[in-house]
Design a protein around this ligand. Sequence first.
Ligand SMILES: [Fe+2]
Ligand SMILES: [Fe+2]
Length: 396
Amino acid sequence: MVNINQSVGKNNQSVVHAITSDGGSVVRVLAVDDEAPSCKLLATMLGPPAFHCTTASNGQEALLTLQRERFDAVISDLYMPGISGMELLTEVRRSHPHLAFLVTTGMDDVDVGVQAMRRGADDYLVKPLHEGAVLASLESALYKRQLGREIENYRQHLEEMVAERTGQLREAVQQIERNYEDTLLALGAAIDLRDNETAGHSQRVCHYSLQIAREMGWSDNQLGSLARGAYLHDIGKLGIPDGILLKPGVLTVDERKLMQRHVQIGFDLVKDIALLADAAEIVLAHHERYDGSGYPRGLKGDEILLSARIFSIADTLDAITSNRPYRRASSFEFARETIGQLSGSQFDPKAVRVFLAIPRDFWPTIARSQQKVVTFSAALTREESVRSLCASKRNP
Ligand SMILES: [Fe+2]
Ligand SMILES: [Fe+2]
């Protein structure tokens, strides 16, 4: 522990330097006492070169002096007319929490000292003051305050470090998410390339599905899963032979059976990827029909995942409104009517109602915009969609 007594005796200012609040070489003390001899005595004890002592004859003067000058410590009498030592202590703790504060009292009353220390004094001294006791007490108080400052600095440093590391971690997670989304986009592009009659299909059904789900008030998390499922719904087609996938004519019964296997192949491909577990269920169920006539499991009504029920409307909407080698694209109006007619048989009536309530010009606007699913973060896709919807209302 540093020792001011030694430092004064040996004129070793480097020790004092270590415990001043601003790293200066002189400890600045404010002595407060209504009795002039007491102030003078303290000023004598705390003289240069280690100290600079300023005196004040009452609490009011002390507060004014503290506003004007910087100090390391206050040594104040407890019993003074006007502002008492206790009141001064309370005010200094509020306005200068890092100052060392010693109280002096004319009576050797432990209770008074304890009371002062409870209110934030670092120590109390009994008059008549002895230099050794004053210096030892001051040394201890300054050391305690120094430790307090160091702890505070350390805490601030720690907070800055945590904030910095948190930022780095967030950046790393965002990078991983970007990589992950890039991978999904590449997969979707591969599906569309493979089955080139449906170019852009994955993108469009993704946007269509999201819009229906948003109207149902889905959370961002649910929308994210739906987006991934819709985007990858036909990933299993990567495992279907070209001869069947690209066959221009009608498929035979066996070929159709093989073609229908794309839902199971797709499910098996992604089901073990933790981030795609929900999406995998959509991949598996995207050809189920509300009346149980779909595949692969022939599920009925609410047995089918709601995401898949929403998706099947989006998928049909895009199928009807896209060109095929064997027929031209039909209008969005025709697609809406067809989907409305299939409510309750192929499609979930609740989802159809929501779909039909969406302004009719929304769909062609989305289809024409050919916007990429730049992120699977639902917040962004929502923003894009709102922008598109606004644009479609302005330019019907
Ligand atoms: Fe499919
Ligand atoms: Fe599809």
